[in-house]
Design a protein around this ligand. Structure first.
Ligand code: C5P
Length: 220
């Protein structure tokens, strides 16, 4: 079978506001892929834990809350979104200042990551079943932990001023430098550049150039 016909798994990793989502969505559109934003998975669990009313500082309480959450998937365009008990939270709830401030704390908890591991891997089967040409998944640990076997791995980066300007343009209050510090220094699945990943500095290119470069590198 030629590589053109082979189901592709593309891992896009990098810190906050480096351009992962715009790049992944653009590539999904261009190459006929299913798109998954795993940051929104951590935001969804964070929002559920925060609104549970239990003492969310306690690991045991968090485990109990997580056990009660049933994960589901809703496909919106090319993006597969995580639902909790059959409801996909509104984007505005997932990007509230409170979730922005707390998400890295909850994402560092092993029980939270365990809740998502098998679910995230299963999305490759869903993409195959739904006859997408492949799966593009973005996050912090996709090429290192979730799909270490992915044939295509990219690590996006940009200087802090460029990233802060992007968030400000979106009108978001988001402690991106603090999140990156927590994400890259935690014990469980820290943010790293996966072995063998191609690094791309998005501050030096337009979005179209980044999409073109990755399309060229994966040979489509
Ligand atoms: O990508 P986004 O900025 O929405 O991610 C929100 C947070 O979710 C990150 O700061 C990180 O703490 C967590 N995350 C993670 N692993 C992933 C994706 C996101 O820990 N694969």
């Amino acid at each position: 079978m030629s590589s053109f016909n082979t189901f592709k798994i593309i891992a896009i990793d990098g810190g906050a506001a480096v351009g992962k989502s715009s790049t992944s969505k653009g590539l999904a559109e261009r190459l006929g892929l299913m798109h998954v934003d795993t940051g929104s998975h951590y935001r969804t669990l964070t929002s559920a834990i925060l609104s549970s009313g239990e003492d969310a500082e306690e690991r045991e309480a968090i485990s109990k809350i997580l056990d009660a959450l049933k994960l589901s998937t809703q496909i919106d365009g090319r993006t597969a979104k995580l639902g909790i008990n059959d409801r996909v939270p509104a984007d505005s709830d997932l990007r509230s200042p409170e979730v922005n401030a707390q998400v890295s704390k909850f994402a560092a908890i092993p029980e939270v990551r365990k809740k998502l591991f098998a679910y995230q891997r299963s999305l490759a089967d869903l993409a195959r079943e739904q006859q997408y040409a492949g799966l593009i998944m973005e996050g912090r640990d996709i090429g290192s932990i979730i799909f270490p076997e992915a044939a295509y791995r990219f690590y996006l980066d940009a200087d802090e001023a460029t990233r802060a300007a992007r968030r400000a343009k979106e009108g978001q209050t988001d402690p991106i430098a603090a999140r990156d510090r927590m994400d890259s220094t935690r014990q469980a699945a820290p943010l790293v550049c996966p072995r063998g990943a191609t690094q791309i500095n998005t501050a030096h290119h337009t979005l179209e150039e980044v999409i073109e470069k990755i399309t060229h590198l994966i040979g489509s």
